[in-house]
Design a protein around this ligand. Structure first.
Ligand SMILES: *Cc1c(COP(=O)(O)O)cnc(C)c1O
Length: 222
């Protein structure tokens, strides 16, 4: 079942797009099943859950933190997180830099942008991101590598709206790239697209899709 779901999605992946299998709320046995089918990148949105799964499951799994991250919890994942998608403040980035330094690592992160019409979603505005990137505090960080941007579209059936929101994220990526990361080849990721909208996201230039329920089935809770 999981193997088949993965194969069906992988068939539709455009060149250069990474599939992050979102395993939040799902038990280790199901993650192991996806692993045995060849999947290595998994996404979680809760720190404790990601730590427990990292401890229990094969060590070559690349763990992506895709959920809102509280500053006081960074220390639990800083030794192993592959990519943190949800950086939405300088304060959080400072703490990630500090904890990554303690682990002797350079932590890959994405800047999360608020592109949806919904108030509830987290993320920076372009202006806030530019303030962050222009700050001396950021410029002094040695243990952070900003690899791109992340965003979530509005939860709606309106495909035109979803496409516009993803387009907006792409244009934010382009603006940051030309202004701050022109000579930084590692700034290349646009993390957008979930089960309901990853096809649209890939058409609009996503490089990383985060798919949960289409692989593991519906979740009973968030
Ligand atoms: C849960 C979640 C996903 C995956 O959602 P599905 O609809 O199950 O594919 C993707 N991104 C984030 C940030 C999530 O929290």
């Amino acid at each position: 079942m999981i193997k088949k779901n993965l194969e069906d999605i992988i068939k539709t992946l455009k060149d250069g797009v990474t599939l992050v299998a979102v395993s939040k709320t799902k038990p280790n046995e199901l993650i192991q099943e996806a692993y045995d089918a060849g999947q290595r990148e998994f996404g979680e949105n809760k720190v404790q859950e990601m730590v427990a799964k990292h401890e229990a499951l094969p060590k070559d799994i690349k763990w992506h933190m895709i959920g809102h991250l509280q500053t006081n919890k960074v220390k639990y994942i800083a030794s192993f997180a592959h990519l943190i998608h949800s950086v939405d403040s300088l304060k959080l980035l400072k703490e990630i830099n500090k904890q990554a330094n303690k682990s002797n690592r350079v932590q890959g992160v994405l800047l999360q942008f608020h592109i949806a019409k919904e108030e509830t979603k987290f993320g920076l505005s372009l202006e806030e991101a530019e303030d962050l990137l222009n700050s001396e505090v950021y410029k002094a960080m040695k243990n952070i590598e900003i690899r791109g941007v992340m965003g979530m579209a509005t939860f709606t059936e309106n495909e035109t709206q979803i496409r516009e929101e993803f387009d907006h994220l792409h244009s934010i990526f382009d603006q940051l790239h030309s202004k701050y990361f022109k000579n930084t080849p590692t700034f290349k990721e646009i993390s957008m697209g979930m089960s309901s909208d990853y096809q649209i996201a890939m058409e609009v230039g996503s490089t990383m899709i985060r798919v949960g329920s289409s692989i593991f089935g519906q979740r009973n809770y968030l």
